[in-house]
Ligand binder design. Structure first.
Ligand code: GDP
Length: 424
C-alpha cells in the first residue's frame, strides 16, 4: 500500500508530524522531491528535531528511510543530519539513497547566493540552498547523478566540462572566485565514499516492497502553492510538490498511490515572497506567529519569521484538488483556542468579482480576501482524543472548513506530538 503525505498550501502545514505518526504503522518512508531547503519539525521521545533531508520516519527502528531519485541530495547536510540524530541517542536509521538521485554541488549553493545578491530586492526569496541552480542543471543535463560518482573516467571528464561552463558565470556575471577543477573532483570523491554504503536501486526496492505488501509513505515537502506548474509561479520551488510526482521521484507506478493525505493547517503561514491573500499584519500577526506551531512560526531551516494569515478556503480547496486528496489532515487547531472570533477567507474579490476559484498569479496579486468570522471556542483542546469531545464551536470550525474545501477531514491534529491526533 502506497500513501502520500503532502501539503495543501505554502508548506509548514505539519507534514512531518503526520508522517512521523503514520510511520508507526508503515515500513518505508520516501522523500521524492525537494532538498534541504525546507524542513520538518518532529517532536518525540528523543526531543525536538528539524529534519531537512532525512525522511520523517528515521526515528523508528522498523522503518527504512529512502532518498528517492527526485530529491536534490546535499550529501554533507544529509550526513550532518544523521550525526545530529545519533549524537542525541537516536539509533542509526536504515537509509537507502537512490543511485539516480542527483547531487547538490558546492557551486549550486554559491550560484544561488550570488544570484540572490545580483537580483537584490527583486529576488525570489530563495533559501540559498542551491535548489534552483540544481534543478536547472538537472534539466539542462549537466547534473551529477549519484551513480556517476562510481565511474571515474566519466566523472573527471564531466567535472572539466561543467567547471569550464560555470566559470564563465563566476567570472563574467558574478565577478567571483573561479571553481577549481581538482578541488571539485576531490570533493566528489569524498561524497562518493560517504554515500557508498547506502546507494541502491531504489525503484526496484520499492517495487518489490510494494508487491510484498509493505506500507510505503511518500513524504512531500512544501505544498501545492509552491509547485512549479500549479503554484504561484515564479514564487515557487523548483521541483513538483504534488503527490503525483511521488511516482516519478521515487520510481513507482502512479496507480499504486492509493491514499493521498493532504495536510492543511488551521490557519495560514508562508515563507518567502509571493501573493498571500489572507495575510495579516501587525499585532494580530505577531500574536498568531508567537502562539503558532510548537514554539512559534519560524522557519525550520532558516529561522525566518513566517508570514501569517487566516485559513484560506480558496487556496486550500485548490491545494487539495491538485494533490488528488483522499483524506485531509487538519493540523495545529489547538493554537486557535485564544481567539474570540476566528476569521476565515472564504472567497477572493478580483476586479470587483467574487470567486472561490484559485486564479493565476497576476490575478492573485489583485485578489482581496472575503472574510467570514466564526465564533471561537476559547479553551485548550490539547489532550482531547475523541471528535465528539471537542467544543461545539471547534467542531463547527472544522465542518465549515470541510464544506468549503470539499474534501473530507479525517484527521484533526491538536498538538505537536505523535499522540495528539483525533481520527474521524
Ligand atoms: P512541515 O514542514 O509541513 O512538516 O511543517 P513544520 O514542521 O515546519 O511546521 C509544523 C510545526 O507545527 C512544527 O513545529 C510542529 O511541531 C508543529 N505542529 C504540528 N502539528 C501540530 C499541532 O497539531 N499543534 C501544534 N500546536 N503544533 C503542531
Amino acid at each position: 500500500m502506497i500513501k502520500a503525505v503532502v501539503g495543501a498550501n505554502w508548506g509548514d502545514e505539519g507534514k512531518g508530524k503526520i508522517t512521523d505518526m503514520l510511520a508507526q504503522k508503515a515500513d518505508i518512508v520516501v522523500r521524492f522531491q525537494g532538498g534541504a531547503n525546507a524542513g520538518h519539525t518532529i517532536v518525540n521521545k528523543y526531543g525536538k528535531f528539524a529534519l531537512h533531508t532525512l525522511p520523517s520516519g528515521v526515528f523508528y527502528d522498523h522503518i527504512t528511510s529512502v532518498i528517492g531519485n527526485g530529491v536534490a541530495l546535499n550529501i554533507p547536510i544529509l550526513f550532518d543530519e544523521i550525526k545530529n540524530l545519533t549524537d542525541r541517542n537516536v539509533p542509526m536509521p536504515k537509509i537507502l539513497i537512490s543511485d539516480r538521485a542527483q547531487i547538490v554541488m558546492p557551486y549550486h549553493i554559491l550560484l544561488d547566493a550570488y544570484e540572490e545578491e545580483r537580483l537584490a530586492g527583486k529576488s525570489y526569496g530563495s533559501t540559498k540552498s542551491g535548489i534552483a541552480p540544481f534543478y536547472s542543471d538537472k534539466y539542462a543535463k549537466i547534473g551529477f547523478q549519484v551513480s556517476e560518482l562510481f565511474d571515474e573516467d566519466t566523472l573527471k571528464e564531466k567535472v572539466a566540462k561543467v567547471t569550464a561552463m560555470k566559470n564563465v558565470l563566476m567570472e563574467h556575471l558574478y565577478h567571483k572566485p573561479l571553481i577549481d577543477e581538482n578541488e571539485l573532483l576531490d570533493t566528489l570523491h569524498t561524497y562518493r565514499d560517504m554515500v557508498a554504503p547506502y546507494v541502491a536501486d531504489v525503484s526496484t526496492f520499492l517495487y518489490e516492497a510494494n508487491k510484498a505488501g509493505k506500507t510505503i509513505l511518500l513524504e512531500g515537502q512544501l505544498g501545492t502553492l509552491k509547485d512549479p506548474d500549479h503554484g504561484i509561479y515564479p514564487m515557487v520551488t523548483s521541483s513538483s510538490t504534488l503527490a503525483a510526482y511521488g511516482a516519478i521521484g521515487a520510481g513507482l507506478p502512479p496507480y499504486e498511490i492509493k491514499q493521498v493525505i493532504t495536510v492543511c493547517k488551521a490557519y495560514s503561514s508562508a515563507v518567502g515572497a509571493g501573493a498571500f491573500v489572507s495575510e495579516i499584519f501587525g499585532d494580530e500577526a505577531d500574536e498568531l506567529r508567537r502562539r503558532g506551531g510548537d514554539g512559534g512560526e519560524y522557519g525550520a531551516t532558516t529561522g525566518r519569521p513566517r508570514r501569517m494569515g487566516w485559513f484560506d478556503c480558496v487556496a486550500s480547496k485548490y491545494g487539495c484538488r491538485l494533490q488528488g486528496t483522499t483524506d485531509v489532515a487538519f493540523t495545529v487547531l489547538d493554537v486557535l483556542g485564544y481567539l474570540d472570533e476566528i476569521p476565515v477567507c472564504t472567497a477572493y474579490e478580483i476586479d470587483g468579482q467574487i470567486t472561490a476559484d484559485f486564479p493565476v498569479t497576476y490575478k492573485l496579486e489583485k485578489a482581496k480576501p472575503v472574510i467570514e468570522k466564526l465564533p471561537g471556542w476559547k479553551c485548550d483542546i490539547r489532550g482531547i482524543k475523541k471528535y465528539e469531545d471537542l467544543p461545539e464551536n471547534c467542531r463547527k470550525y472544522i465542518e465549515f472548513v470541510e464544506e468549503h474545501i470539499g474534501f473530507r477531514i479525517t484527521m484533526v491534529s491538536n498538538g505537536p506530538s505523535r499522540d495528539d491526533i483525533i481520527y474521524r
